[in-house]
Design a protein around this ligand. Structure first.
Ligand code: CA
Length: 389
């Protein structure tokens, strides 16, 4: 494990062993190959580690004990940081839910439960890969409106979903619930997440039980996990429900969460085609959005997940759902950006994209910034799409 320090990585096991005041259980957790043992110790442990590293690095003068364990990031291969147990993907952006709903059910875009239930589907942890791993175009069963019977073959409508992910640190017991006000104690940190989606497969299979093979063939996450403590300065009030919306049910309501349950995190997605890369063109940024626009807070999603007594495990991964804002230019997937392919994106060089083509690379970035605080970058979440077969 390593800690990103500018463009370098600090070897966490070596550094923790040098920090004299750090409790033994934290030093031991830092020697693990993945974050799980450290995550399980909870926010007080990660805050203590963060403080000790920060003091250690800034106090160093002559001996450079810690700095000897820095490696240039450019020389490192970044791996999946967490042994992921279960993966649940939420649907927290009301703008995404409304836009997608309008395409599927023009007369009834937002289903009536949306403003009461932080809905989600269970996806697969087995197919989560770290940024940089290529994604093979899935094959599946699809039936476009103009065809009378379904067929099996490569997805023709491959899409990305721009999301933030968050990892569960402290587990909960089966049969117990987590109040909204205690949810933060169970969240270790955040990453970028691409919930790759085969829209044609999804459209044919999703009724009556929701997403299945249209989603679970691949999920890409960033290698870096931004701890909740690092994001504390960027907390903002939860999304303000428009007048007339129902109040959350009491088990999803908490005054502190209302006041500071949101996070001011900017996210963007870029596309780079094979032709663009050959021509040396920079990736084209096709959307810029903000995590502030999500209808449900992270704490509400955690509380809801445990509200039936379902136990959360260290290393569980939750996706926020596509982070789409209200305006054009802030929509988090091609289905919305291109209005289901009707308004293609024009790339430098003249190529057009309704959905993702083979050879395209999708790149997500996110950051939090505010005067007086260091800018927090999330690194990248990128992957090239390979042909099916
Ligand atoms: Ca999703």
């Amino acid at each position: 494990m390593g800690v990103a320090i500018g463009d370098q990585i600090l070897d966490l096991a070596a550094a923790a062993a040098l920090l004299a005041d750090l409790p033994g259980e934290i030093v031991q957790a830092c020697a693990a190959p993945q974050l799980n043992p450290l995550m399980a110790l909870g926010p007080r442990a990660s805050a203590a580690l963060r403080l000790a590293l920060s003091r250690g690095l800034s106090a160093e003068r002559g001996d450079q004990k810690l700095r000897r364990h820095l490696t240039p990031m450019a020389n490192a291969e970044l791996l999946l940081p967490v042994a992921i147990g279960d993966f649940t993907d939420f649907y927290a952006s009301v703008f995404h839910a409304t836009n997608v709903g309008r395409m599927l059910r023009p007369e009834n875009p937002l289903v009536p439960n949306y403003k009461y239930v932080p809905v989600a589907y269970h996806s697969r942890a087995s197919s989560v890969r770290v940024s940089g791993t290529a994604v093979k175009r899935p094959q599946g069963q699809r039936k476009p409106a103009n065809e009378t019977v379904p067929s099996y073959g490569p997805s023709r409508n491959l899409d990305f979903e721009l999301e933030l992910g968050f990892y569960i640190g402290v587990p909960s017991d089966l049969g117990t619930t987590i109040p909204v006000g205690k949810a933060a104690e169970h969240v270790f940190g955040f990453c970028l997440l691409n919930d790759w989606s085969a829209r044609d497969v999804q459209g044919w299979e999703y009724q009556p039980l929701g997403p299945f093979l249209g989603k679970n063939f691949a999920t890409t996450v960033s290698p870096w996990v931004v701890t909740q403590e690092a994001l504390a300065p960027f907390r903002v009030p939860a999304f303000a429900r428009p007048q007339g919306d129902p109040a959350p049910l009491p088990y999803l309501d908490d005054p502190v969460d209302r006041a500071q349950g949101g996070f001011d995190i900017a996210v963007d997605a870029c596309l780079s085609s094979e032709k663009m890369r050959a021509a040396g063109a920079a990736p084209l940024c096709i959307t810029k959005s903000s995590f502030q626009t999500t209808y449900w807070t992270v704490a509400q999603m955690v509380a809801h997940h445990a509200s039936n007594g379902c136990n959360l495990m260290t290393g569980d991964l939750f996706g926020s759902g596509t982070v789409s804002g209200p305006e054009k230019g802030s929509q988090g997937c091609l289905l919305e950006i291109t209005a289901r392919g009707k308004e293609p994106v024009v790339l430098p060089g003249g190529e057009q994209r309704a959905f993702i083509e083979d050879g395209d690379e999708i790149i997500f970035r996110a950051y939090a910034e505010k005067p007086g605080y260091p800018r927090i970058g999330f690194g990248e979440c990128r992957a090239v799409v390979l042909p099916a077969g």
